[in-house]
Design a protein. Structure first.
Length: 594
């Protein structure tokens, strides 16, 4: 039996076990269309044959820009990789100028786009990309060539022998992909990941996810251009999981009800929104139902795994699961057994309450440069500890620098940054990748992340501030949607805050306090300011006096990827946010020249 050592081995490995009828499933014109394992491989081979006939050479770069995850992406992935070319996925939401930069930097010769929005954005800079020979689309777009042209070109199997010859020469340590990290500042960096990097990460992470091989059903919706979701998709193929691709984030709720998945991956921001929605529905209840809802929620927020709270708590929790939490499960399809969370820190209260509801969230940690997983929680065998990112996976080693920075060594660590030896040498030293994150291991081997090294700062009094800790705590308030802690070199920490406008308007109605229609006016409403101040003062009590947020400014914008506030993985673009709200900064620190 083939044991995967290169990325394109995974579908072949699955085929040896079973030809799944629903290997990859995408919705077209309102109907879910299944692609079997054999059909997946056959189409990928047709793509490979076509690319060879088009003159594609080993190490040529082929870019894919897709607004949604879909079967075509995976077919292209295997078709490209097995002829020793590299798949370069690009975030669809970045600017057209960034499209041009990445396509020029990697010297892409072909580009595949999902839809007209992406195609039009690419067309606006096409003249700036001289090496790009052709663009193909997955959707039908007037004026753009369709990807099925390659399936037709590769239909004749006469040159399959050539595909197989090239495929057999691909080695595990060969470059497989360039992942351009969005970054919070500057131009994107091209992370070079080999087949071994990602395959090892799949195999070393796979045992941490409780799949029923061949019978699990996944819903995939996080961007496949990010290594987190892409690696998860290879795990699904390894375990013969049927993968359904959500139509969009907007259609996610409907797709969950249709597919009724047993597993999916999430980012904390999405879980926050799910929790807020559940909380809002509970708040709208009346009488006994409302009382039961908040009784169950209170139990959930005290949850500890493995019966640590004692038998009486477990008896109450069992009742709460039947009366209240079962409805939460139903809202997520009724069959969900686990969610895997990555990309950013998960609030411990969310880990507690979802685990109490019998839909545990297994938080993990890693970076694009580590393919990505370094550690992950596992509910089984005592491997789940709330407030941590789990134990380090097999074959990966973690060490700590003197300042607490996490250093990582293993087969998952990248080859380096494409065309940037200087930056590569800065982060790869003595065989260890320097993550830029500060953390610690507890006595039982659980890893805890405390902050980003580059984001920590000192006040003028010489006290260190870890902004992520403060931000994560403050976002537990339903009044606060986004927050960025500031104050480097200043006498005290402060914050820019994007209020939760929807919740605040509901709060205004409940308290008979009319609020202005515009967000611009709402952020200056005295009662809103005072209520948020109360929230901050309450949460401040968890921190030392030097860490507490003393002042804040509310911003009228909704912080978004499109607005430039957030990266595609929903991290804060701190320098950009700072520049956008420099006037707010000057009001907080009037004596400082910035």
């Amino acid at each position: 039996m083939i044991q995967p050592s290169r990325l394109f081995d995974f579908p072949y490995y699955q085929l040896q076990k079973n030809d799944k009828e629903a290997c990859l499933v995408t919705k077209y014109d309102g109907k879910w269309v299944k692609t079997s394992t054999a059909e997946y491989i056959n189409k990928a081979n047709a793509i490979s044959r076509a690319l060879l006939r088009m003159g594609i050479q080993p190490n040529d770069k082929i870019a894919v820009i897709s607004s949604n995850n879909r079967t075509e992406w995976n077919i292209m992935d295997v078709g490209v990789l097995q002829i020793a070319a590299q798949n370069v996925p690009i975030y669809p939401t970045i600017s057209a100028d960034d499209y041009a930069y990445i396509l020029n930097h990697c010297e892409a010769v072909l580009c595949f786009v999902s839809d007209e929005v992406v195609w039009q954005k690419l067309q606006s800079v096409r003249s700036q990309i001289p090496l790009l020979k052709e663009v193909y689309s997955f959707n039908e777009i007037a004026g753009c060539r369709h990807w099925t042209e390659l399936l037709t070109l590769g239909e004749d199997p006469a040159n399959q022998v050539d595909v197989d010859k090239v495929k057999d020469k691909v080695q595990p340590d060969d470059l497989a992909t360039l992942i351009y990290t969005s970054g919070t500042t500057g131009k994107p960096k091209g992370v070079m990941l080999s087949h071994r990097n990602i395959v090892s990460n799949v195999l070393d992470s796979a045992s941490r996810i409780p799949f029923e091989e061949g019978s699990s059903i996944a819903l995939s919706f996080l961007p496949i251009c990010h290594i987190f979701e892409r690696m998860i998709l290879y795990i699904y193929q390894y375990y013969s999981v049927s993968v359904y691709f959500a139509e969009s984030i907007e259609a996610l709720s409907e797709n969950i009800k249709e597919v009724r998945p047993t597993v999916f991956s999430v980012v904390p921001r999405l879980l926050e929104k799910v929790y807020d929605s559940i909380y809002a529905k509970g708040s709208a209840l009346t009488g006994i139902k409302k009382g039961l809802f908040f009784w169950a929620l209170g139990l959930g927020l005290k949850y500890k795994p493995y019966g640590e709270n004692g038998w009486w708590y477990e008896c109450q929790l069992s009742l709460a699961r039947k009366l209240i939490f079962s409805k939460w499960r139903d809202g997520l399809g009724g069959r969900l057994t686990v969610m895997v969370s990555g990309s950013a820190a998960l609030q411990p209260r969310l880990a507690r309450v979802f685990a109490a509801a019998n839909i545990p969230v297994m938080e993990g940690y890693g970076l694009t440069e580590t393919s990505p997983v370094i550690s992950v929680n596992d509910m089984r065998n005592g491997g789940f500890r709330i407030g941590t990112v789990g134990r380090v996976i097999e074959n990966v080693h973690v060490h700590f620098a003197e300042d607490g920075e996490i250093l990582c060594k293993g087969p998952n660590v990248m080859l380096g940054y494409f065309k940037d030896e200087t930056l590569t040498k800065e982060v790869l030293k003595n065989g260890y990748f320097h993550t830029g994150d500060i953390g610690e291991l507890d006595a039982d081997g659980f890893l805890r992340i405390t902050d980003r090294k580059k984001e920590m700062f000192k006040t003028s009094g010489g006290k260190y501030i870890a902004p992520q800790l403060l931000e994560n705590a403050m976002k537990q308030s339903r009044f606060i949607e986004q927050i960025m802690v500031i104050g480097e070199g200043e006498k005290m920490p402060a914050a820019f805050i994007q209020p939760n406008f929807g919740f605040i308007r509901e709060w205004g109605k409940l308290h008979q306090h009319p609020l202005p229609d515009s967000n611009e006016d709402l952020v200056h409403d005295p009662k809103v300011m005072e209520r948020i101040r109360e929230e901050i003062q309450h949460i401040n009590q968890k921190f030392g006096s030097w860490e507490q947020i003393k002042q804040f400014e509310l911003t009228p914008d909704v912080w978004s990827v499109e607005g430039g506030h957030l990266t595609p993985t929903l991290k804060l673009k701190r320098k950009i946010i700072f520049a956008k709200y420099i006037d707010c900064y000057r009001r907080i620190y009037p004596e400082t020249e910035k």
